[in-house]
Design a protein around this ligand. Structure first.
Ligand SMILES: Nc1ncnc2c1ncn2[C@@H]1O[C@H](COP(=O)(O)OP(=O)(O)OP(=O)(O)O)[C@@H](O)[C@H]1O
Ligand SMILES: [Mg+2]
Length: 228
């Protein structure tokens, strides 16, 4: 088994428009060890979300490889990739992507239900506990449309963490939160990292969060530059 939780090598990504090609990522490589904390910063439109989606196997690069614990995700089929994601990764999207027709507790329970490993009662207990940790024990039955922006973001974080992943990819997880709630989320992520050794890759504009990571990279003109 690889010593790296995540290993990305020579990633390229372009978007083809009608008359031109927009190259967003150029030859990006990154290695993340178990329990490491990585921040990615960069201007709007610099490609942070694009990169995180490639790292999380939610999109494919034009060229290059992404390995999770030594297994190349680019060559997997959709089913294999989904399974590996469910086993090893949590993903917090920039726009939370909660399922509108389900309540908070149901949204958080879904990744565990997909595993078909535990009875529903046990899954709901775990989902409830996770929602308690993000401060939403009073909102279990609310649907996303009945939650505030910050509450939705916290449900999305609970959903990403409920499987106890070895790697958490988070795209501006505190983007919609007031400073105090944001701090609570940082503490949650850092505690998880300390207690479970969860590796973190976090896209953020927040200096205070970036400062608490082991390494901080900037995305500039499609390349990844070590900032600190
Ligand atoms: N599906 C797509 N088709 C065409 N262009 C795209 C697509 N997705 C993203 N882009 C373009 O790629 C660039 C990078 O987008 P991306 O979402 O990765 O930026 P970002 O760094 O996450 O920005 P922000 O901080 O605003 O979230 C942008 O210029 C965007 O317009
Ligand atoms: Mg983005």
């Amino acid at each position: 088994m690889s010593e790296w939780v995540l290993e990305a090598h020579a990633l390229w990504k372009s978007y083809r428009e009608a008359n031109s090609t927009l190259t967003v990522l150029r030859d990006i490589s990154l290695q993340v060890g178990s329990g490491e904390r990585i921040a990615i910063v960069g201007a709007s439109g610099s490609g942070k979300s694009t990169l995180l989606h490639l790292l999380g196997g939610l999109d494919r690069p034009d060229r290059g490889t992404v390995s999770i614990r030594g297994r190349d995700t680019v060559r997997m089929n959709e089913r294999e990739r989904s399974l590996l994601r469910n086993e090893t990764m949590g993903f917090v999207y920039q726009l939370h992507h909660l399922l509108q027709e389900f309540s908070a507790i149901e949204n958080v329970a879904i990744p565990l239900l997909l595993r078909r490993a535990d009875p529903v009662e046990k899954v709901h207990r775990a989902a409830r506990e996770m929602l308690r940790e993000v401060g939403l024990e009073d909102r279990l039955e609310h649907r996303p449309s009945e939650l505030s922006g910050g509450e939705r973001q916290r449900v999305a974080i609970a959903r990403a963490l409920v499987t106890n992943p070895s790697l958490l990819l988070a795209d501006e997880p505190t983007g919609n939160l007031d400073p105090r709630t944001g701090e609570g989320i940082y503490d949650l992520l850092l505690n998880l990292n300390a207690s479970h050794g969860t590796a973190l890759i976090v896209v953020t504009h927040e200096e205070t969060l970036a400062a608490r990571m082991h390494r901080c990279y900037g995305l500039r003109e499609g390349t990844l530059v070590l900032v600190r």
